[in-house]
Write a protein that binds this ligand. Sequence first.
Ligand code: SF4
Length: 491
Amino acid sequence: MGQHSLSKSSFLKGIQCDKQLYLYKYHYDWMDKISESQQAIFTRGTNVGTLAQDLFPGGVTATEDPKKSDEAVKRTADLINQGVKVIYEAAFLFDDILVISDIIVKVKDEWFIYEVKSSTSISETYILDTSIQYYVLSNFGLNIKDISIVYINNQYIRNGELDIHSLFNVESVKQLVTGQQDIIKSETGKLKEVLNENAIPLVAIGTQCSTPYTCSFWGYCWKDVPEYSVFNIANLKIDKKFELYNKGYVKLEDVPVDYKLNVNQKMQVECYINNKTVIDKDAVKEFLAEIKYPIFFMDFETFMPAVPMFDNSKPYQQIPFQYSLHYQKDKDSLLEHYEFLADANGDPRIPFITKLLNDTKAKGTILVYNKAFEITRLKEIARDLPEFSGEIEERISQIVDLMIPFQKRYYYMPEMKGSYSIKYVLPALVPGLNYEELEIQEGGSASIAFESLYYETDIFKIEKTRNNLLEYCKMDTLAMVEVLNTLYKKI
Ligand code: SF4
């Protein structure tokens, strides 16, 4: 490990919060465990970074192991001295600050710097990221002609071979970055002072904990905040939550009765304090009148490859790969179950929609939970595969949203904790039925699991993952069946 005091990532952590920087440097093992979805985001970033190197082929990688930064800095200097024109992961040290630049390219006597991002726009953090690179590289003595951010062009539609020149946008940020140099100099100075302190900086939790990124020391700093607190009051602005917290009102029962909350927020607090359920039977009845047998309980799962894998798809397009359908012909009929899970060996959209349309031929209600999601996916398929658009429109016209009674608070229980997500509504309405026993417990994990199947070769792992996916999606529609039954019973 090199002996530098700041790196590009620790600088960005310090800009977010002094305490985060200090903990990252001296108490690294206190960091929260990296979740599966965070890991998937890191892996995606690495893969996109590697792909972007093809924009400038024939380069040499300077940093093989970021932990051995001294070696990487030396190798970068050697490569520059040898006249290498394209260097990937080039490492530089100046003023005790280490930066690793994704791609640097020499044209004549000048260098072009490229920072690769897997997102679809340029954020303020990316400007800071490139500003510190510019600070280190220019002071190191590199003659910089331009510095750019390479990011994903979300308007690119794949057709045939991947066209990486269309997949990526390359945008110069030199003007913005040069304007930041004085700030970088003073901020790096301040952060080095923070690191010279003998004690952890006294920083209270605040809006900085989640902006611009969720802090990796959340578990350490928030350990005294109860699991259910004023921070769980639904749709209350973050500054209001901290206003309450900083006055010592931490639990819901602490909130002063005259504190300004909207109707739903008041309901959430009062129902919790008095352990009271609220149900507007007339509104629920009116909602139920919309539902006609036969009923399909329908749920989709999707994944969003950053780099489009299939023709006629864009970066980060949500590609449906799975559905579960519970079907009930009439009130007293037995429940039937239909499902689809694509083989991870091609574009799932055609087999998905073909089977879905076939399985939902009966006229009646198609019940979903959060209709915006399923309707948007169906419209996207109709756009991409217009031969199915007529039948898709018919199905869309049959959709009713089971989320409405909970979103509109016709029915609210304290156990819902201010949420109308089915993950809260189900255990509140049907105690004992929940997602806790399942290997996959939410849609994000389902997406990661399915995408992994495209690269998995172990047949046992493939089978296990597919079974987990089927169990999870089935639970989503079974949950809807139970929620509807509960609504009928209550009326
Ligand atoms: S959780 Fe908040 S206060 Fe604690 S280190 Fe992170 S940003 Fe700073």
